[in-house]
Design a protein around this ligand. Structure first.
Ligand code: PGA
Length: 258
């Protein structure tokens, strides 16, 4: 069984004080049952502090938003996988569309970053997704599968639990437009099929596949009801304790019946 992950991507937001208030509020209202994991991905300057606030909280993990694939050295401004581990991270976002667009990250960069993360026992949350133009040209699958194999083909993966993938259509990020649950589920099932080709069926069935792109308190239940969607990567709605707590505490048919 794949345990759902609700991941918060705070991007370049929040002061130390704001982050502290947010986490404290969140911990009061978001009670992930044992069958859910929450991963907070703050900016690098907040990692140690947020890590201390969630330390010992069952099912809470800490993630970096990026890394550089070298372990150390003269790379001004960068942070390595070892350093993220040193801050207490269990996860790291790799290949977010904002990094691909603004910092020109290629699939090859993503490959090296995924490899570096895995070598340090960090779980990569590899992000991928198509632009509006690509979608309108009917190229969604082609684009996503290209990003998938570019970052993963040739990696050695002993267990699918060591990898998370977030499908985030670029046109849905921060726009208030979400893919339909069926549409997102369909693309995600294609990703899982391709993971089967790359790593075998057993591993493909273990990898958690998240949807991201304007996930909020109002649409999370329908998205999480889809069979192939194992969680959400949330930007804007993760910056408020109330909305992110509602996402963490998403309702399933089973929980509604109780
Ligand atoms: P959004 O961002 O939820 O604000 O659309 C998601 C993301 O960029 O990961």
């Amino acid at each position: 069984m794949r345990i759902p992950i609700l991941a918060a991507n705070w991007k370049m937001n929040l002061s130390r004080r704001e982050a502290k208030n947010l986490v404290e509020d969140l911990l009061k209202v978001a009670f992930p049952v044992s069958q859910r994991e929450v991963v907070l991905c703050p900016s690098t300057h907040l990692l140690t502090e947020v890590g201390a606030l969630i330390e010992g909280k069952a099912n809470y993990g800490l993630g970096g938003q990026n890394l550089y694939f070298k372990e150390s050295g003269a790379f001004t401004g960068e942070v390595s996988a070892t350093m993220l581990r040193d801050c207490g991270c269990s996860h790291v976002l790799i290949g977010h569309s904002e990094r691909r667009a603004y910092f020109h990250e290629s699939d090859k960069d993503c490959y090296l970053k995924v490899e570096a993360a895995m070598q340090q026992n960090l779980i990569p949350i590899l992000c991928m997704g198509e632009s509006l133009e690509q979608r309108e040209a009917g190229k969604t699958k082609e684009v996503v599968l290209g990003q998938l194999s570019g970052a993963l083909k040739g990696q050695s993966l002993s267990s699918g639990e060591k990898l998370v993938i977030a499908y985030e259509p670029i046109w849905a990020i921060g726009t208030g437009k979400t893919d339909t649950p069926e549409g997102a589920d369909g693309t995600i099932s294609v990703i899982r099929q391709e993971l089967g080709n790359l790593f075998g069926e057993r591993i493909a069935q273990q990898v958690r596949l998240l949807y991201g792109g304007s996930v909020n308190a109002a649409n999370v239940d329908a998205l999480m009801a889809c069979p192939n969607i194992d969680g959400a990567l949330v930007g804007g709605a993760s910056l408020k304790a109330e909305s992110f707590a509602r996402i963490v505490n998403y309702q399933t048919q089973a929980s509604l019946a109780n």
